[in-house]
Design a protein around this ligand. Structure first.
Ligand code: ADP
Length: 346
């Protein structure tokens, strides 16, 4: 017999009614009609009582639990209900637990799906970025092999172009390596005390020619002999300074200006790099730190950008427990700033 709440109630009611009627039959003052009525009444009451208790309190709850389990099996985590009509504690606890597990599994699945999409996009971006310099170098070398080698002027020009493409490829691979190291968390900051003014001066010297080529003026806003002693990883911070100043040159206007300044706080210095270049439209501002994100793809590529500079800078600054803030207005310029801890002695 298939055991459900109705058949269980039927059996229980029959048993109770039979026992009760047997007892009543022993008491001689009940007529046979009376016994019949008692039997029917006890049976009906008992049946209704037991049926509704089983149905409402046990079977419906268990049915709910099983349907939740079924949905978990089918991985339909979102459809698992957390609501319970039953207030008895053990069953509610089981149901709550199932609901919790389902919720956690759903989160894990959403996260994995998101990671999968990101990985796919990253692979597509990487292959696209690698293709450009490889194809360029390949083209120059094949043209040389096909006869261009005989003309010394063409040969030198093409060899130089192939070398430039391979240099770009090298930078790209280094940047990719840095990004992947930061993302797997294997990069350790080698913190020490150093003078950030001196570091910025060196970066300005390194990029002086690039700025001069577009008549861009570099300004170091510090007092004579001023030192800004920081406690951070100088090599990594140099990389951030280079990325910010290099971007300010690349996306600055011809004949424009770039200012670097340091503002002292209680525990930290704020480092600011500002330009009066093209600026960034509001819809792009929050995205410029994403890997491979470029606003004007063709223009940025012409100027040698891989779209990884700011992503790496963000990682470096975050590894110093800080963040980079950006403020920009189209046509007016861009300001990037971040804070770093002062040197202990300072
Ligand atoms: P890229 O190698 O292309 O320069 P970045 O990660 O350094 O990559 O920068 C991402 C994008 O942000 C750039 O392609 C550019 O469009 C924009 N950007 C960065 N810095 C500036 C700036 N100072 N002024 C205007 N746009 C900027």
């Amino acid at each position: 017999m298939n055991l459900n709440s109705r058949s269980l109630a039927l059996l229980t009611a029959l048993a109770v009614a039979a026992v009760l009627t047997a007892f009543l039959a022993l008491a001689s003052y009940f007529s046979s009609e009376g016994l019949m009525v008692a039997l029917v009444l006890v049976f009906i009451c008992c049946f209704l009582l037991v049926y509704f208790s089983y149905e409402a309190l046990v079977f419906r709850e268990i049915k709910n639990l099983y349907s939740s389990l079924e949905k978990i099996k089918r991985q339909e985590y979102k459809k698992v209900e957390g609501r319970s009509i039953f207030t008895a504690d053990p069953l509610r606890k089981i149901k709550d637990d199932i609901f919790l597990i389902a919720e956690r599994k759903q989160q894990e699945i959403d996260e994995l799906k998101h990671l999968q999409v990101m990985r796919r996009e990253f692979l597509a971006d990487v292959s696209h970025e690698l293709k450009t310099p490889i194809f360029a170098a390949q083209g120059f070398i094949h043209t040389l092999l096909d006869g261009a080698m005989d003309d010394p002027a063409v040969r030198d020009k093409f060899l130089q172009k192939a070398a430039n493409s391979l240099d770009g490829l090298d930078t790209l691979v280094q940047d990719l390596l840095s990004i992947s190291q930061f993302e797997t968390g294997v990069v350790k900051m080698e913190k020490q005390d150093f003078d950030a003014v001196q570091l910025m001066r060196e970066v300005f010297e390194q990029l002086e020619q690039k700025a001069a080529a577009r008549q861009i003026h570099l300004h170091l806003d510090v007092r004579p002999n001023e030192k800004v002693m920081l406690h951070a990883d100088p090599n990594r911070i140099r990389q951030v300074f280079i990325n910010l100043v290099d971007n300010a040159i690349k996306y600055g206007r011809d004949g424009g200006n770039i200012w670097a300044s340091f503002t002292e706080g209680r525990k930290r210095y704020t480092i600011t790099v500002k330009d009066d270049g093209a600026g960034i439209a509001e819809e792009h501002i929050n995205r410029i730190f994403e890997r491979f994100y470029r606003i004007e793809k063709s223009r940025s590529r012409d100027r040698g950008g891989s779209g990884l500079g700011l992503a790496i800078s963000k990682h470096i600054v975050e590894a110093h427990r800080s963040f980079i803030a950006v403020k920009s207005e189209l046509g007016k310029g861009t300001t990037l700033r971040f804070k770093l801890l002062k040197a202990k002695a300072a």
